[in-house]
Design a protein around this ligand. Structure first.
Ligand code: DGL
Length: 349
């Protein structure tokens, strides 16, 4: 065999081995129903976070055909118990992993109750173009027709897909791919609970076949104004839920307890009961940043429609629901207390 043939053979071998090389995906477990275990296959009763990351990954051996997998336990709680300490631990670990050349993406197994907040938080503070994919389940691992295993398989398929890069954090549930900023849990038990009411899903994944149709436009990850490396603690931001015959008591308590920001889930287009509005105006005068969102679940909260934001010093959440607005206001306040700057953050993230 002449030198040229030997060189060609070597080049072909290298090319084929590179093509066959699977991406390296880290799977971080935090708890949730996906790790839940119940007494009966026919009951919604279970304990969240009962199974370890190794047990969960052993239930879906097929993921090893898609990627080289490493599992790690970050926590093992129901996500309704999520706190700032675990939020920062998770974000710092994801940031550390994604700076490694031999890590191509992360999948985070998480409880569905607060997945939307944590996915948005990571999307705003992680400086990487690599895929960050959240996945959970609506049925526990011991349930008939448990949705966890296929959700995990699909989440790893998305994390391994080059088109998942530079889209910010993603949520993969029920064969759908959602952008972290847009997705929200809209049902207490249904496997189709996750929707993006204002913009729709950005892609689908069907037995591992990944298709993207849209990409998020608001700032995230590399383009975001926030970086987990600059964040050591998070300011207190509370959410007040508006209703008829409302009061100002909870606003006053939030201020007394040290809230630096208050998001109000207003009625309709972010509207307020007079007593609540008066308490919020007082809080704003005292330097608390007040952001009006809406309890409706979709749509953008208009500036100044029935509430004189300019006079009262209130900001609005754009089309972020209250829980998402809280995440952005926490990060905004970790960076600045200047109202104009915070208003800009809501207009661009
Ligand atoms: N305890 C809830 C949580 O961890 C269960 C919901 C779920 O994970 O589907 O968010």
């Amino acid at each position: 065999m002449n030198l040229f043939s030997k060189f060609t053979l070597a080049a072909l071998f290298i090319a084929s081995s590179l093509a066959a090389a699977k991406p390296n995906i880290y799977i971080l477990a935090t708890g949730g129903t996906i790790a839940g275990s119940g007494q009966s296959e026919l009951s919604g009763d279970y304990k969240s976070g009962a199974k370890s990351v190794d047990e969960l990954l052993a239930a879906v051996p097929q993921i090893n055909d898609i990627a080289t997998i490493k599992g790690e336990q970050i926590s093992n709680i129901g996500s309704q118990e999520m706190n700032d300490e675990i939020w920062l631990k998770l974000a710092n670990r994801v940031s550390e992993l994604l700076t490694k050349n031999d890590v191509d993406g992360v999948v985070i197994m998480y409880g569905t109750d607060t997945m939307e907040e944590t996915a948005y938080f990571l999307s705003l503070v992680i400086k990487s173009k690599k895929p960050i994919v959240f996945v959970g389940s609506m049925r526990s691992s011991t349930s008939i027709s448990a949705d966890g295993p296929l959700n995990i398989y699909n989440a790893v398929s998305v994390a391994a897909d080059k088109n998942a890069r530079e889209k910010g954090a993603l949520v993969v549930m029920n064969d759908e791919i959602h952008a972290a900023r847009e997705v929200t849990k809209t049902n207490t038990t249904n496997v189709a609970a996750f929707t993006s009411p204002n913009s729709g899903k950005i892609g689908t994944v069907n037995y591992g076949v990944v298709n993207f149709y849209m990409a998020p436009l608001r700032k995230h990850t590399i383009s975001s104004d926030f970086n987990i490396k600059d964040i050591k603690a998070l300011p207190r931001v509370d959410i007040i839920y508006a209703h008829p015959q409302d009061v100002g008591d909870f606003v006053e308590t939030a201020v007394q307890k040290g809230a630096k920001g208050i998001v109000v889930a207003g009625m309709g287009n972010g509207n307020l009961y007079p007593d609540t509005e008066a308490a919020l105006a007082k809080a704003s005068e005292a330097g608390v940043i007040v952001v009006r969102s809406s309890r409706t679940g979709s749509g953008s909260t208009s500036v100044g429609s029935e509430v004189d934001d300019a006079k009262l010093g209130f900001l609005t959440a754009d089309n972020l629901n209250p829980q998402k607005a809280r995440v952005l206001l926490i990060l905004a306040l970790s960076k600045s207390s200047d109202k104009a700057k915070i208003k800009e953050f809501f207009a661009t993230h």
